[in-house]
Design a protein around this ligand. Structure first.
Ligand SMILES: [Zn+2]
Length: 81
């Protein structure tokens, strides 16, 4: 079996046992780790900082998605013009 398919199957098996953290939303295996690797050691103030950092990253990715969508539309318009 090709390496890519083996890696994909292993990833799917791992994802099946993961569930989101109730505090920060990160997916992790609750059977292996008792505490979330992201927020397990953080107090409420540090958790708020972590969540605001994640929100900034999500906003940046959303902005980049819009920029690439606009560039794709412009490229398609130039191609068919
Ligand atoms: Zn967490």
């Amino acid at each position: 079996m090709p390496l890519y398919i083996e890696n994909r199957l292993r990833w799917m098996r791992e994802m099946r046992h993961k569930s989101p953290c109730k505090r920060c939303g990160r997916l992790y295996n609750h059977h292996i780790k008792a505490k979330c690797p992201d927020c397990g050691t953080l107090d409420s103030h540090e958790l708020r900082e972590l969540l605001s950092q994640k929100e900034v990253i999500v906003q940046d990715l959303r902005r980049m998605g819009w920029i690439f969508a606009i560039l794709a539309v412009i490229a398609v318009l130039f191609f068919f013009w």
